[in-house]
Every structure is written in structure tokens, then in C-alpha cells.
Design a protein around this ligand. Structure first.
Ligand code: MN
Length: 740
């Protein structure tokens, strides 16, 4: 269908607007630049001739609109405008990349090629798949501008989404929220990010969207009156100081209000920070921008009391995406907390237009920021090429690493590192090097020794203490936040598990050889229950890790398959009624050995007795088992007070078998000194070959205290270990924890 005269008029008018925008932005340096843009327009118009969008308007209006966004809202230059005008030409028409290269330049052809490839990923009819994201991120081209133009394209499609059928709306909004919003955030394009979110919500949750936007309108005059009251004294001071500024009350986006309502389970009316006050001022050449921002902050906090905990200095250390501003929350009139954002005109431009604005202010085409962005893209590509993660894992990590706001911490030498909010010392360790993470045993956070799992905060200076013998623990996975740390730990544990299995299998078969027994299924079936293992891999890996010792394997094999040796704990009641001190008031409730089914012994989790401890049994009649507590256990005391008849009267003894290690914890105090952790771990893991499960050391003002949980065979071994630990220089006291 050919365009009508009316269509032509509309196209001409939009084209004039684009020309005016280019003039205003002063992107064309010479006639050649203008010629480029003009030729791009005519080529695109010719290529899309007669084609209409779903809304009915001529197709060419779409590339013009994208070019307008590129120049007006993002602030890119001539090449980007040209590429934006041509972005759908190769995808949708008979023109080829070679045609573009001939008519324009290799650079522009490469950009259009990148845009075409990205379109290919999205235009598939297949439903949204994580694999597609992976693909698109892999095509994230070498030229950042391609991604930015793609964003502009998506923004215009979102603005005109109403013309699309519902299924398309769902597909497009999902892609937008999963991929383009995080990208816009990462590129520092806040205005676009916010608009995309709002548009997604508008199409996916129209009722909620309408409701919040109506409530914003309804409360408008009330809010304006408050803002007026709030800013009046500020305006006075700023005028007095001859500052050129703009001050405004900024409403939060509908989407972010909605998110907050859901996150905090509160109503619209309960959100107090629905708006923020923004002061954008023209910085003088002197003193520094930072100083001028703090001067304004100072004037404001003379008027309103600031909330200490909500001061954000994004000037001293800008966000990873380049955002700079000073945010403070102050107590306004009527007891309302109000956020105040202070920034210079330059900072504001960057906040609104992201990296493009950086280039403008740096007067350079390749700036440091572009390097930064390249580094980020490289990181993403590396992550994508990582063999261990599947696409869904990757997506989660991708979103994680994009959404959480960053903290900045420092190495001992003062190098700043950015980490996601909530990061632990371990994340820091892995960020520096995988080997440091894998051998981390503690961290000096601001010169105090803490556990590596300690959460770190912005401004912390961190030194990681490593030990050759230390290695990642499964529970680390629950505390780390960066995908790098998580991946490294996972792959270490996997390797370790495999090694332990191998080692354990070898150890077992060697030990069996001594007894002239073949390692086979029959033998495994016999010994697995004795060690309470459900699978042979579990058995092997526990042997390999030293949790199960094979010292008594011989005995175990000889004892035959009697029920008794199937008891993992090897606890037994010698004779019956052997303790005359316990009054026998309920004899018929007791099992008389041999006649009834032998009960199972279970170690109480409240006190974790180990062989050598004095223990008392508590009968769990329901499950026909005896729970074994330390005789001085508090829980046992409580139970005994209530259900005294369930206390087993007979003395319970540990057998001599040393097959299994038991988990226990010790507590240490001492004077902090360099190398103390190393000495500790050496004695535990090397001298005593004892497996540590966790170690946590806190240090305050030169004094440290800590707990170590480890696997020991009996009290004898434990006491020998404690004696040796006591000899370490600096250790003041060490004792077994009562309730572990
Ligand atoms: Mn397009």
C-alpha cells in the first residue's frame, strides 16, 4: 500500500524534527555529516517504502523516532543517528550489509550488522528462553553504541506497544524487564530504565498501574504544598549564596512505588519517600564540584536534621555505572523524612544520559568510561563462556550482579574494589584471586580479625588471611554474593568431592587387601550401614575426607553381620539394672536385653557427646531409640525434670571402636598476633590430621576470640589437641563448648 499525501506530509514533518534535534545537539561538524544523515534517511525511506507498522503509520516513522531518541535522550552522535535510521533496513528489506558499507562506511555497516544480529535473536517466534538471552549477550558487540541504539529501538517499541496483540505484549515486556532494563541501568541510562519499567507495568499490570497513577494525581496538590513548604528555606539560602540552581520535587516512578508496596507489604499511603527533592546546580570553576556539593549539604542540614544512616556519597566514589550525586535524608516539617539529592549539571546529565554524557564531558571519543564498559562486557562474555553454569543460573547471576547496588572496599594497599551490596570477605577474596578465595581462612577487616564469612561494608579495608591447608566449605555457598565466588566454590567442591571419592576408594581397597578381602558389592553392603552411609560415594568420600577412619575395619568385618555392629554409634548397655543408684521404679518399661528389639542409639544434637564423654540415655519410645546426651547437658536436665521415667537407668558405654569422627566445637581466647591462625590450623590439620568444619575468629583491640568446629574421634584425642593448642603463643584459653 503506497503512502498517501498525508503520510508523506507526516514523514516530512518528523524528518524536519530530527534535523532540528541534530542542529540543537550540534552533532554535525560539517556538510559531510549532514549528507550522511540525509542519505541514511532517504535510503531507509526507500527501503521501507509502502510498509506500515501495526498501528497503521508508515514504517519509516519508527527509525526516525529511534534516531530522535538517540540524539535527544541519549546524546549520541552522527554515526549513531545514521545507524539508528538504518537499523531495520537489513533485517526487514532486501538491502544487505554490503550495500550499507558501499553507501556509507565499514564502521556504520558493522553497527547495522550488529543491530540486525540482535534483532534476529528477538524476532524468533519461540517463547522467551534463557538461551536466547545468552545468545544476545554473546552478540553484545564490540561497539557499545550498538547496544544503546538497540535500547532506543526497544524504548520506541515499548512506547508504541499498545498496537500489539496481547501475546506479543507479553513477549516484549518480558524481554524488556529481564534484559533491557538491567542493561539500561548498567549503562547509567536511568531515565530510560525507569520509563521501560513503567511501560512494562502498564501493559502487564494495567489495574495496579492505573491505581497508583490515579493516587499520585489525587495527592498532587497536597504534595506540592508540602514540597513548597520544605524548599522555601532552602531556596532562601541558595539565593543568598548566589548559586545558580534548579530545585524540584521528583516523584518516584510508578513501578518503583509498586515494587516497594509489594516488598514491604504496605499500602500506597504508607510510603513516606514517594518523592525526593533534587537540586541541580551550575558548579563554579572553583572550588571542586565535590566541595560545592558538600557546601550545599551543609546549608541544608543547618535547616533540617539529617539521618546519619542515609547519607550516600556517590561523588567521592561514583557508582559502577558512573552515577554521581550526594543523597541525604533529612527530617522535614511535620516529622516527615525527605530525601534530598544534590548534584551538579554535569552529574545530572550523566545520571540522565549515562555514558554518552560522559563522552561529552570528557571531550574524547574513547574515554576511560568506555574502557570500563568494555571491561564489563568482557566480564559478561567470559561468564557466558564459562562451562559450569547453565543458562538459567547465568540469568539469575546476571540480574543479581546488575541490580544490587555496589559497595566499595579497599585492599591493604588502598586499591578500591567494587562489590555488590551484601558481599562478604569471601567475595572480596575471590574477587582478588580464585586461589586467595580457595585458601582463605580469615580476614582482617579494618585490622580486626573476623571470619571470612563476615559481611563487609563500604569503606572497609580488607586483608585476607590464607592458609595452604584451608579450602572452601559447602556452607560458604550460602553466604557469598558474587557469581565469581559462587562458581569457584562450586567447582572446587565438585573437584574435592571427586578427589575424596577416589582417595577414599583407594584407601578402602588397600585396607581390605590387608585382610585379603576384595572390595565388592557384598562387602560394601556390609560396611555401609556400619558407617551409616547411604551410598558408596558417600562412604568413599567420607573415608577420603577423613571423617570415617578405617582403623577398625578388620574388627568390623570379623564381627559379622550381627545386628550389633550395624549400630553406627557403638553404644551399648552392659548387663541390665547395673546401676543400683537409680531407683528401679518402673522395671517393666525397660527393655531387658535380648528379649526385646534392641533400640537404636542416636547422638543428641543439643550437646553432641563424643566417645569418652560421660553420657546418659533418654528413651524415645515412639521411635524405639535412645537419644544419648552428655550427662551434664542442659536439655537433658530439662527433659529429666519433666519426663524422668524416660531416662535410661543403665549406664551407657562407648565401645572401643574408633571408626567414626564426631563433630564438636572448641572456643578460644587470646591475644591477637600475626600468624596465630596459621599456627592453629597447622596443629589441627597437619599435626593432628583433624578435619575442621568451620573456623570463626573475631578480634577486638588486640584480643581475639573464636570458635572452631571439628571432627574428633574421642575425648582423648580432643584433649591432646587442646593441650597442644594451649601451647601456641598468644592462646590464653581453649575449651570445648558445652553446647555444640
Ligand atoms: Mn526497530
Amino acid at each position: 500500500m503506497n503512502y498517501t499525501a498525508e503520510d508523506e506530509l507526516l514523514i516530512g514533518r518528523r524528518w524536519d524534527e530530527l534535523v532540528a534535534s541534530c542542529k540543537r545537539a550540534k552533532i554535525c561538524r560539517n556538510e559531510e555529516d549532514w549528507d550522511f544523515i540525509r542519505r541514511a534517511f532517504f535510503l531507509a525511506k526507500e527501503a521501507h517504502k509502502g510498509v506500515r507498522r501495526r498501528s497503521g503509520e508508515p514504517y519509516i516513522l519508527h527509525p526516525i523516532a529511534v534516531a530522535m531518541i538517540v540524539v535527544n535522550e541519549i546524546g549520541l552522535g552522527v554515526k549513531s543517528v545514521v545507524a539508528a535510521l538504518l537499523h531495520d533496513v537489513v533485517e526487514d528489506t532486501d538491502y544487505t550489509v554490503e550495500d550499507i558499507e558501499q553507501s556509507f562506511s565499514p564502521k556504520i555497516a558493522a553497527m547495522v550488522d550488529g543491530l540486525t544480529k540482535m534483532a534476529g535473536v528477538f524476532n524468533t517466534e519461540a517463547s522467551m528462553q534463557a538461551a536466547n538471552f545468552r545468545k544476545i549477550l554473546l552478540t553484545l558487540s564490540d561497539d557499545v553504541r550498538v547496544i544503546i541504539i538497540k535500547l532506543a529501538d526497544r524504548l520506541h517499541n515499548m512506547r508504541t506497544l499498545g498496537a500489539m496483540p496481547l501475546n506479543k505484549q507479553i513477549k516484549i515486556t518480558s524481554e524488556t524487564i529481564y534484559l533491557f532494563v538491567p542493561l539500561a541501568y548498567r549503562l547509567g541510562l536511568y531515565a530510560i530504565k525507569t520509563e521501560l519499567e513503567d511501560l512494562c507495568m502498564k501493559y502487564r499490570f494495567p489495574k495496579e498501574y492505573e491505581e497508583i497513577s490515579r493516587k499520585i494525581d489525587d495527592t498532587e496538590s497536597e504534595r506540592q504544598a508540602y514540597i513548597e513548604k520544605f524548599i522555601t528555606p532552602i531556596v532562601e539560602v541558595l539565593d543568598r549564596d548566589n548559586i545558580k540552581y534548579e530545585i524540584s520535587g521528583r516523584i518516584k516512578s510508578i513501578y518503583s512505588i509498586w515494587q516497594k508496596m509489594q516488598r514491604k507489604q504496605i499500602s500506597f499511603e504508607e510510603i513516606y519517600d514517594i518523592f525526593a527533592i533534587r537540586i541541580v546546580f551550575q558548579a563554579l570553576p572553583f572550588p571542586s564540584e565535590k566541595t560545592q556539593c558538600w557546601q550545599i549539604y551543609s546549608s541544608i542540614t543547618d535547616i533540617y536534621t539529617p539521618n546519619q544512616n542515609r547519607l550516600r556519597d556517590w561523588i567521592s566514589i561514583p557508582k559502577e555505572n558512573g552515577y554521581e550525586a550526594l543523597h541525604s535524608t533529612v527530617m522535614g516539617p511535620d516529622g516527615i523524612w525527605v530525601e534530598v539529592q544534590i548534584r551538579t549539571q554535569r552529574m545530572d546529565d550523566i545520571a540522565e544520559r549515562g555514558f554518552a554524557a560522559h563522552w561529552k564531558y570528557k571531550h574524547a571519543t574513547i574515554s576511560q568510561d568506555e574502557d570500563e564498559l568494555d571491561k564489563w562486557l568482557k566480564k559478561i562474555r567470559n561468564a557466558l563462556n564459562g562451562p559450569t553454569e547453565n543458562a538459567i543460573d547465568f540469568l539469575d547471576n546476571f540480574k543479581l550482579s546488575l541490580y544490587t547496588s555496589e559497595i566499595v572496599v579497599f585492599t591493604p594497599k588502598g586499591k578500591a574494589l567494587k562489590l555488590p551490596n551484601g558481599a562478604t570477605a569471601l567475595d572480596f577474596a575471590y574477587e582478588i584471586h580464585t586461589n586467595i578465595g580457595n585458601h582463605a581462612i580469615g580476614a582482617k577487616i579494618n585490622h580486626k580479625i573476623e571470619a571470612v564469612t563476615t559481611r563487609i561494608n563500604s569503606g572497609d579495608q580488607i586483608e585476607i588471611i590464607t592458609a595452604e591447608t584451608a579450602h572452601p566449605k559447602p556452607e560458604w555457598l550460602e553466604v557469598v554474593t558474587t557469581s565469581k565466588a559462587r562458581q569457584s566454590i562450586k567447582s572446587f567442591l565438585k573437584r574435592e568431592q571427586q578427589n575424596n571419592i577416589e582417595r577414599g576408594k583407594q584407601m578402602l581397597s588397600r585396607q581390605l587387601e590387608h585382610s585379603n578381602v576384595m572390595l565388592n558389592g557384598r562387602v560394601l553392603r556390609k560396611i555401609m550401614p556400619a558407617y551409616e552411609c547411604r551410598s558408596k560415594d558417600e562412604l568413599y568420600s567420607k573415608i577420603g575426607a577423613g571423617i570415617i577412619s578405617l582403623d577398625n575395619l578388620d574388627k568390623l568385618l570379623k564381627e559379622n553381620a550381627s545386628k550389633k555392629i550395624l549400630k553406627f554409634w557403638k553404644l551399648f548397655i552392659p548387663g541390665s539394672g547395673s546401676d543400683p543408684n537409680i531407683e528401679d521404679d518402673n522395671a517393666d518399661a525397660l527393655p531387658s536385653a535380648g528379649t526385646q528389639q534392641e533400640p537404636e542409639f542416636v547422638i543428641a544434637e543439643c550437646c553432641n557427646p563424643i566417645p569418652g564423654d560421660a553420657v546418659v540415655g533418654y528413651r524415645d519410645t515412639e521411635h524405639n531409640r535412645i537419644i544419648v546426651h552428655k550427662s551434664n547437658c542442659e536439655t537433658l536436665t530439662k527433659l529429666a525434670a519433666q519426663f524422668g521415667r524416660n531416662i535410661v537407668k543403665e549406664e551407657i558405654k562407648w565401645s572401643q571402636q574408633k571408626a567414626v569422627s564426631y563433630l564438636t566445637s572448641v572456643e578460644l581466647h587470646g591475644i591477637d598476633r600475626a600468624g596465630i591462625i596459621l599456627d592453629l590450623t597447622k596443629i589441627i590439620t597437619s599435626d593432628f590430621s583433624i578435619n575442621m568444619r568451620t573456623i570463626s575468629i573475631q578480634s577486638h583491640d588486640g584480643i581475639f576470640e573464636g570458635t572452631i568446629s571439628l571432627y574428633v574421634k574421642n575425648t582423648e584425642d580432643l584433649n591432646a589437641l587442646l593441650d597442644n593448642i594451649r601451647k601456641i603463643k598468644g592462646i590464653e584459653s581453649v575449651k570445648r563448648l558445652i553446647n555444640t
